[in-house]
Design a protein around this ligand. Structure first.
Ligand SMILES: NC(=O)c1ccc[n+]([C@@H]2O[C@H](COP(=O)([O-])OP(=O)(O)OC[C@H]3O[C@@H](n4cnc5c(N)ncnc54)[C@H](OP(=O)(O)O)[C@@H]3O)[C@@H](O)[C@H]2O)c1
Length: 253
């Protein structure tokens, strides 16, 4: 049995606790939270501690706290030469204190405490300083996910930027579409099938092949008509930049 301590019981910490609860090979023996109230909402309770001195001996320590607190938390550990990982998409593995063996255990998904996820479908991006620790992380990842990837800190940084484009920015574009619909008394639900088909299409086609619309067709008349429809300067600017990017991308081989 691989014994794990999870540090932090936020969105990711709580989902990890639930996912590991189904495993026969991995056991979460403790969760550390600085605030005792944070653990009250966990569905699968594990023993919670709130001081670094109470943290037990384990095979793996998973730090799942805010990015800005990762270095500080890893410095606070009272033990040495243990395998310590964080779950961040943007923090480097070297943000972890050097007194322990470092690694990364990044689940590439968006998590909220109140929204259930199927962990088996979530890509696990893992990295370790040495091959033996990588094997432990691979084993632990495979107990909860069917998709495990060896991703370096440099690659993870790039992946995180790509994820901001395909998730955060796309979601913001939904928000702009939502406002435009509201301003014109159109139910946003009318766009749901289009949103779903657009996302579904890039599973079988490359994004470039799947691109449609006035920018792809270089339809200047429609583009100009859309630009004059938009009164908000930020929305106009976003429309212009994305249109230029689609046109430029179409010229590339
Ligand atoms: N949420 C996502 O979608 C997602 C996806 C993939 C990876 N991640 C990564 O996973 C990590 C955790 O994210 P999250 O969304 O779970 O964050 P979160 O819900 O905001 O939870 C962060 C936890 O960190 C604790 N914390 C903050 N500062 C601390 C400190 N100085 N000492 C001890 N504990 C501290 C907080 O404790 P209190 O409750 O006491 O404030 C809180 O429980 C981050 O590295 C994030 O980048 C997040």
């Amino acid at each position: 049995m691989i014994r794990i301590v999870i540090i932090g019981a936020g969105n990711v910490g709580q989902h990890l606790i639930s996912a590991f609860a189904k495993s026969d090979t991995v056991e979460v023996i403790q969760v550390f939270t600085r605030n005792p109230k944070t653990v009250s909402s966990i569905d699968n309770p594990v023993k919670a501690v709130h001081s670094y001195a109470e943290i037990m001996e384990a095979d793996l320590y998973i730090i799942s706290v805010s990015d800005s607190a990762i270095a500080e938390v890893s410095e606070n550990f009272l033990f040495e030469n243990k395998l310590v990982v964080h779950t961040s998409g943007s923090a480097a593995m070297d943000d972890l204190d050097a007194k322990n063996r470092k690694g990364v255990f990044y689940p590439l998904q968006t998590f909220s405490k109140s929204k259930e996820v199927n962990f088996r479908e979530i890509p696990m991006c893992i990295e370790a300083e040495n091959p033996a620790d990588y094997q432990i992380l691979e084993l632990v990842s495979k107990t909860i996910s069917d998709h495990v990837f060896n991703i370096s800190s440099e690659q993870r940084k790039a992946l995180h930027v790509a994820a901001v484009f395909v998730n955060n920015f796309v979601n913001h574009l939904y928000q702009i579409g939502y406002v435009i619909c509201s301003e014109n008394n159109i139910p946003f639900e009318i766009l749901h099938p289009l949103i779903l088909e657009t996302a579904d299409k890039i599973i079988s086609l490359s994004p470039k092949e799947a691109q449609t619309g006035p920018a792809k067709r270089n339809d200047t008349q429609t583009i100009n008509s859309h630009l004059s429809f938009l009164s908000d300067t930020t929305r106009k600017e976003i429309y212009r930049i994305l249109t230029k990017s689609i046109i430029d991308n179409g010229k590339k081989l």
